[in-house]
Ligand binder design. Structure first.
Ligand SMILES: Nc1nc2c(c(=O)[nH]1)N[C@H]1C(S)=C(S)[C@@H](COP(=O)(O)O)O[C@H]1N2
Ligand SMILES: [Mo]
Length: 206
């Protein structure tokens, strides 16, 4: 008990010294599960991922088709707005910026809105999604995602608080205008950069 407590604190100190712990965050060695509502139970025999909006081709991939797309594996740190950071997590899936070559993005596309099960949405500028480590992940640590972590597919956007990484992904919308997603409408910051501690929207007092 005492030992694992010390290990966590040691690792946290190391990460802090290495400049990898954003302000106001604490290191966790667990993998907390966080979402609104029940865990989505997705049947991959009927699941599909589709893209729509400002794209050249509105396409749709079944689970079998989706797994044929070449993948990239990244190891990255993730930061939840509730205060935990988890280090060196390994995800695999198509890199978002490779993936969009398949559907072609029109110059009018400025924002990407990820639509997930139960009506969950998360919005980001297209530019943020084009970073070299944004994935449509379907593996974590070499295995399929577990239902509670987003099976079969989730977005992983390491540069932002983890609420921007939508579990149980169903559709990707390319939009000319921004539209706040689920947590953004609930008062979370529209950008969610953990290094700037963009947790909540500025309160309006009067
Ligand atoms: N579909 C969906 N995705 C979601 C959420 C959600 O409520 N629904 N919550 C987000 C939040 S707030 C966090 S911190 C991460 C947590 O991912 P994890 O449960 O795999 O740790 O999922 C994000 N993705
Ligand atoms: Mo979160």
């Amino acid at each position: 008990m005492l030992k694992s407590f010390m290990d966590r604190r040691d690792e946290e100190r190391q990460m802090k010294e290495a400049g990898r712990l954003p302000p106001g965050q604490a290191l966790t060695q667990k993998f907390p599960v966080l979402h609104y509502g029940p865990v989505a139970q997705i049947d991959v025999s009927t699941w599909a991922l589709s893209v729509f909006g400002e794209v050249e081709r509105e396409l749709r991939w079944s689970w079998d088709e989706f797994r044929q797309i070449p993948t990239t594996t990244i190891t990255t740190d993730i930061h939840c707005v509730t205060g935990w950071s988890k280090f060196d997590t390994a995800w695999e899936g198509p890199l978002f910026r490779d993936f969009i070559q398949l559907c072609g993005v029109k110059p009018t596309a400025q924002y990407v809105i990820a639509h997930a099960a139960h009506g969950f949405t998360a919005n980001l500028p297209l530019e943020a999604m084009l970073e070299d480590n944004v994935l449509l992940a379907w593996k974590y640590n070499g295995d399929y995602l577990t239902p509670e972590h987003g099976y079969p597919v989730r977005t992983v956007v390491p540069q932002r608080y983890f609420w921007k990484s939508a579990k149980w992904l169903l559709r990707l919308e390319f939009s000319p205008v921004d539209r706040p997603g689920f947590w953004e409408q609930a008062g979370y910051h529209n950008d969610g950069d953990p290094w700037k501690e963009e947790r909540f929207q500025r309160q309006r007092f009067f």
